[in-house]
Design a protein around this ligand. Structure first.
Ligand SMILES: NC(=O)c1ccc[n+]([C@@H]2O[C@H](COP(=O)([O-])OP(=O)(O)OC[C@H]3O[C@@H](n4cnc5c(N)ncnc54)[C@H](O)[C@@H]3O)[C@@H](O)[C@H]2O)c1
Length: 431
């Protein structure tokens, strides 16, 4: 028997767009809501820069298929969506500015939803939030409709655990954690969520699920910070960091992540700041977590210092040198450059007086220091810092790159991808 479902996804970003299309692929009638008019225009024309693939198709191809099948459309109008659906999933973000979480997108989404909410609707918050947000912020905002949560409409929280680049597959196969504000809310949300999710669903208290999501991210931040320190130790001790981690991870209960140019994206760097307000309120010390954040934030500075040292050994100075930065995305094979360490790296290099030419074929945003080809980035460069892998970089002919760079080049390999043989012709640092 084919199931049917009418659903609106609020916020059509890295999560909301592939989530909408996952519902549409399974036969739901989906309306995507976003406040960005240019985004809605692009989406309705089948345009998207997101690098997601599923069963051999790109996100843009899946989008075009679902638009053509009439199972998905995007709008800025909550009214238009409400006339067609009884279920909502909210996926707007909570950005962090100078350590402070900004609730205004979530608040605005709830304020728009409250105007169109109907008796019997189900609302599922799927954003990563400050623990307590569903019951303390979203519920009272939605109850301004005059409808009572748990009786007139149903309210639940489900954390989002997918990794960008694997969204379609993980919406189906990633185990899900969720909680409802009462049993009926949990039951209805479970039905909506398992329309797409085929993996195990854990039902718990909402605050537990909200907090669990945040600490799932924080533990990765701390693991990476620990590995950064192992990497600094290994460098000075003359040990290969990647080999060290590879060997340690052969232990069945050890799972070290890989060091890199820092920790970026929307999820990991923000997680601590979702916990801190509550920790301060209840007088709990989270200094290990804060130190981990500082360690990860300091990696671009360490890279800049390394490059400066090696250039001066070659009789050059960072000031006045050209530095090529390969990759601006916050992780490999991604177009997402939010809170991306390479931008921090560029900023520090420029502050030191270097001329930076950064190249990332997957990132659509434009920046003064971004160039349009690998050749433009490396021609006449004194140093190169490889920070994010993209498909095009897998084909790099490193001898050709060296041929275009200045004499005595310095190469920093943040990805363990530059052949070691290069060290016969250039200074090669692996981090
Ligand atoms: N990106 C990831 O890999 C990932 C993974 C797990 C969880 N999450 C969480 O999922 C949530 C969404 O993340 P994202 O990366 O998709 O964010 P995003 O910034 O890519 O998307 C959010 C979208 O919401 C829209 N929006 C803002 N205010 C709105 C409103 N009032 N009404 C309708 N739309 C509105 C924005 O225009 C934007 O398109 C965040 O809480 C994030 O922490 C993200």
């Amino acid at each position: 028997m084919t199931k049917s479902l009418n659903i609106a996804v609020i916020g059509l970003g890295f999560i909301g767009l592939p989530l909408s299309l996952s519902y549409a692929r399974k036969g739901a009638n989906v309306v995507g809501i976003d406040v960005s008019e240019p985004l809605i225009r692009d989406i309705n024309q089948g345009i998207s820069h997101h690098l997601e693939y599923f069963e051999g198709k790109s996100l843009a191809d899946i989008l075009k298929d679902q638009l053509a099948a009439g199972r998905f459309k995007a709008t800025t109008s909550y009214e238009e969506a409400a006339s067609q659906v009884n279920n909502y999933i909210i996926t707007v973000g909570i950005p962090v500015k100078n350590g402070d979480p900004e609730m205004r997108y979530l608040t605005a989404a709830c304020e728009s939803l409250v105007g169109v909410l109907k008796k019997g609707d189900t609302v599922i918050l799927r954003s990563t939030v400050i623990p307590g947000s569903t019951e303390d912020l979203v519920k009272p905002l939605l109850e301004k409709s005059g409808l009572k949560a748990g009786e007139d409409f149903y309210l639940a929280y489900a954390s989002e655990r997918i990794a960008e680049g694997r969204a379609f597959e993980e919406f189906i196969n990633m185990p899900l954690a969720m909680g409802g504000i009462n049993e009926e809310s949990a039951k209805r949300a479970h039905e909506v969520l398992t329309f797409v999710t085929e993996a195990e669903v854990t039902i718990s208290d909402i605050k537990v699920v909200e907090t669990s999501k945040v600490i799932e991210n924080v533990q990765r931040d701390v693991n990476i910070a620990m590995v950064q320190q192992f990497a600094r130790f290994a460098e000075k001790a003359g040990i290969d960091t990647f080999e060290l981690i590879r060997v340690a991870n052969t232990h069945k209960r050890v799972n070290l992540l890989t060091p890199g140019p820092g920790v970026g994206g929307y999820c990991l760097p923000n997680a601590l700041y979702y916990l801190l307000p509550k920790a301060k309120e209840i007088g709990v010390n989270l200094d290990l977590l804060e130190t981990a954040r500082q360690i990860n934030d300091s990696v671009p500075r360490i890279l800049v210092n390394m490059v400066g040292e090696k250039l001066s050994e070659a009789g050059k100075t960072l000031a006045g040198s050209k530095v090529a930065v390969l990759g601006l995305a916050m992780k490999d094979f991604s177009n997402d450059d939010r809170i991306s360490p390479p931008h921090h790296l560029v900023q520090l290099l420029e502050e030191a007086g270097a001329h930076v030419a950064a190249y990332d074929p997957a990132v659509p945003a434009r920046y003064p220091y971004k160039v349009d080809s690998l050749g433009d980035a490396v021609s006449g460069a004194d140093a190169l810092i490889y920070v994010t892998v993209q498909e095009e970089f897998l084909e790099i002919d490193w001898d050709e790159v060296l041929g275009k760079m200045n004499q005595n080049p310095v190469l920093v390999d943040g990805k363990n991808r530059i052949p070691r043989s290069i060290s016969e012709k250039a200074v090669l640092i692996r981090i």
